[in-house]
Design a protein around this ligand. Structure first.
Ligand code: ADP
Ligand code: ADP
Ligand code: ZN
Ligand code: ZN
Length: 748
């Protein structure tokens, strides 16, 4: 035994002053229904304390620039070592951040080129697209250049008077069209396709400062392309209002750099080769292929370097990411892929006595790959580290040396440790988790008939080569296959192109999320304000966060955000209103004994009993249906996990009929018990006439689907083909499909 992390009287969020010991240098899995308090314990208490201790080791001068981590609310926290959190936060970053840079494989490959390539160039940095000596001069190492889609700018078949100019603000009755009409440079009744080269140049690019009179005003003439580039094109697309963002995306595209064709490097760097391949070609290869190639290089003088690179690549393969290429931009990776890429960096580390904290590391993994993930967790432990995992999948819970099961339920009805001990003990503990370990959803025998079909024909995208498939309407369809087999490419990439009214319910944060919370996002707040106004005979606006009734210091947020460069913002409770968001005068107005501030603090489950107003009650029940009853009405969207955001969006869609819904792994973050509730919800959507398509690995969901589309057989170039289409019972009998094998194995 190596001792234990000792926690006494922990009270963060809903934790009920819990005390427990977590064994060091072992794998501890934290389970329990969503909202039971797993994150409050693991992230809010253990990880937060570790961060705080690390920050305290910096000199006071440095500390004042660092985020201030308050002491977690607990009586005693002891024996905590340095913690590394490997979560599903997307890697984001700019286009210079790739799988290669994030895993450090980029640096290894560059060193290898500096030593082994012919002709030799010298420093490793000569192979870096971030270094002026290596980058392609035309695109500055981005691989792409900005371009304009001219079909979105001009309708060549029309004349100017007839509306040839398509961008917003260039309509025939606009000021700008007036400038072109009055410029006397071209015939405004002639279709643009009949313009001479000279006329085209004047219409598109002329920008010599000349004035044109429009009405009584003189304005400076600017060609259409010149004006768009200087105006909309110079803006940061992320900062634009949604309607201008749509306009931006319609007009501006990125095109492959004509000089380097996307390779990002200059000609000199690209001329240098190992075994016939330049560094850009190796980076574009599928990692599984590159790993084999590196293993086969015979160069004893750089043996250790080759070995290190091969290991790093093989770890990517083991973790189920062999289908990625090193040059893949990290911002295009999903949450689960991001987490596994980060994991690879730590697997290569020789640090010991670190506490690694994982947030549902199996997200996005096919049951077939979960076993290998478990093996990597055991490797980390065997190097002398403490591994803490928040998980819901039975196969991952099974690898625990120690289990901490939180519950019994969510929010104020949870926050206790209902079981702690070894895995065998969990099975007979009688807790919700223990009971679910041995029971699962039976494969649906009688499936619902299709009400029509959605057709995708000859799809070509990423690894899909000429895939045609039809998806039944009016039923629940599960799209399955190993990570990288092409599920998202098919369903999120191709389906909306064929059926533009497809509604994708994803995990992305809504815009302006700092000011948004559960109540504002769902539209409950408007109705709550009205109810308060009616009960008190005052104006509803008084209860709004931008009224004069709001606390002037936090503008109705209850907290103050301090933005810090490169770090998470610091959040502190507003001292003026003590977190109550409104002035004392507003708080005096009550509804059935509660102030508006009390309502913000209420959980959805409690609010269901409090609000009898029909529109509010309807939305609240929807939120409970998707398993979010434990959220408080005032909880900022920025504190929600990806899975919670997806379910919040789903709740907003309930009660609508006849839609096509697509969800990507909606069981993320859900306990097995919550998954059953979610399946019931899908059934109700289907019964109300909607088509529900889920990309899923969860065998319970697959079992209860009416139709399964399985992609594979492998990932990347080894995938992208339809392996099976049919009801789940037939899939279980289909030996050729990995998904089928796992479904059959589970049913004995
Ligand atoms: P789990 O990780 O088991 O899903 P959490 O620890 O996230 O559970 O949540 C436990 C309880 O604490 C829930 O009722 C949740 O609404 C509440 N909670 C979590 N984070 C916050 C927060 N930032 N602000 C207010 N309440 C929170
Ligand atoms: P799944 O959803 O089954 O995990 P994906 O559709 O995401 O599979 O990926 C299928 C293949 O397409 C993989 O080889 C993946 O690397 C590639 N791919 C997916 N998205 C992109 C992208 N944005 N850019 C380049 N390649 C991509
Ligand atoms: Zn270039
Ligand atoms: Zn305030």
């Amino acid at each position: 035994m190596y001792g234990a992390i000792r926690i006494r009287g922990a009270r963060e969020n809903n934790l009920k002053s819990i005390s427990l010991d977590i064994p060091k240098r072992q794998i501890t899995v934290f389970t329990g229904v969503s909202g039971s308090g797993k994150s409050s314990l693991v992230f809010g208490t253990i990880a937060a304390e570790s961060q705080r201790l690390i920050n305290e080791t910096y000199p006071a001068f440095v500390q004042q620039f660092m985020p201030h981590y308050g002491q977690p609310d607990a009586d005693q926290l002891e024996n905590i070592s340095a913690a590394i959190i490997v979560d599903q936060q997307r890697l984001g970053g700019n286009s210079r951040s790739t799988v290669a840079t994030v895993t450090d494989a980029a640096q290894m490959l560059r060193v290898l080129f500096s030593r082994l390539a012919e002709p030799k160039l010298g420093s490793p940095n000569l192979y870096s697209y971030n270094d002026p000596r290596g980058m392609c001069p035309d695109c500055e190492g981005i691989g792409q250049v900005a371009a304009m889609d001219m079909t979105a700018v001009i309708d060549e078949t029309r004349s100017l008077r007839d509306g040839a100019l398509l961008p917003k603000g260039f309509e025939v009755d606009s000021w700008w069209a007036g400038a072109y009409f009055n410029a006397g440079l071209f015939d405004i009744d002639k279709p643009v396709r009949d313009f001479t080269a000279e006329e085209r140049e004047m219409l598109f690019n002329l920008d010599d400062g000349r004035k044109v009179k429009v009405g009584k005003i003189n304005i400076t003439y600017e060609g259409v392309v010149a004006k768009l580039k200087k105006g909309l094109g110079s803006k940061d697309p992320e900062s634009l209002q949604p309607h201008m963002r749509a306009e931006y995306d319609r007009i501006f595209t990125r095109a492959l750099c004509p000089a380097c064709h996307g390779a990002r490097l200059n000609q000199q760097a690209l001329a240098s080769r190992i075994e016939g391949h330049n560094i850009a070609e190796l980076s574009a290869m599928q990692v599984s292929e590159l790993a084999k190639l590196v293993r086969a290089i015979a160069a004893p003088q750089v043996g250790p370097m080759l070995e290190a690179l091969a290991l790093r690549l093989e770890n990517l393969v083991t973790i189920g990411l062999g289908y990625l290429s090193l040059d893949r931009e990290s911002s295009t990776l999903s949450g689960g892929e991001s987490q596994r890429v980060k994991m690879v960096r730590h697997l290569g580390s020789s640090l010991t006595d670190i506490t690694y904290i994982f947030d549902e590391p199996s997200v996005g993994l096919h049951p077939h790959d979960v076993g290998r993930l478990a093996g990597l967790m055991q490797q980390l432990r065997d190097k002398g580290n403490t591994v803490l995992i928040v998980e819901h999948k039975p196969d991952m819970i099974a690898i625990a040396d120690h289990v901490v099961d939180m519950g019994p339920f969510a929010g104020s009805r949870g926050g206790e440790v209902v079981y702690e001990g070894d895995y065998a003990g969990l099975l007979t503990s009688g807790t919700l988790t223990g009971d679910h370990m041995s029971k699962h959803q039976a494969i649906k025998g009688k499936v619902r008939p299709a009400m029509g079909e959605l057709k995708i024909a000859h799809a070509v995208l990423n690894n899909l080569r000429d895939v045609s498939v039809s998806i039944p309407m009016g039923v629940l369809t599960a799209v399955t296959g190993v990570a990288g087999s092409g599920k998202s490419s098919l369903i999120q990439g191709c389906l909306p192109k064929a059926y533009p009214d497809t509604i994708i319910i994803d995990q992305n944060l809504a815009r302006g999320s700092r000011r948004s919370n559960t109540a504002t996002y769902t539209g409950i707040l408007d109705n709550v304000r009205k109810a308060f106004a009616k009960a008190n005979g005052v104006d509803a606006a008084l209860f709004s966060a931008n009224s004069k009734g709001a606390c002037p210091d936090c503008n109705g947020l209850g907290v103050i955000y301090t933005d810090l460069a490169h770090l998470d913002p610091m959040v502190t409770t507003c001292e003026t209103c003590e977190g109550k968001r409104f002035t004392a005068e507003v708080l005096e107005h009550q509804l059935r004994g509660k102030s508006i501030s009390d309502v913000y603090e209420m959980s959805i489950a409690d609010a269901v009993g409090f609000f009898t107003e029909a529109p509010i009650a309807r939305i609240l029940r929807g939120l409970e249906d998707v398993g979010l009853g434990y959220l408080t009405l005032g909880q900022p969207l920025s504190t929600l996990s990806g899975g919670e955001r997806q379910r919040l969006k789903l709740a907003a869609e309930l009660g609508k009929t006849g839609n096509i819904y697509v969800l990507d792994e909606p069981t993320t973050g859900l306990h097995m018990n919550d998954v059953d509730t979610l399946i019931g919800l899908f059934d109700r959507l289907v019964e109300a006439g909607s088509t529900v398509i889920v990309i899923e690995h969860n065998l319970d969901v697959i079992s209860r689907a009416d139709w399964v589309i399985d992609l594979g057989p492998g990932a990347g170039q080894d995938g992208g083909r339809i392996q099976f289409e049919g009801p789940p019972a037939d899939l279980a009998a289909h030996k050729g499909s990995l998904t089928g094998q796992h479904l059959a194995a589970r049913n004995g």
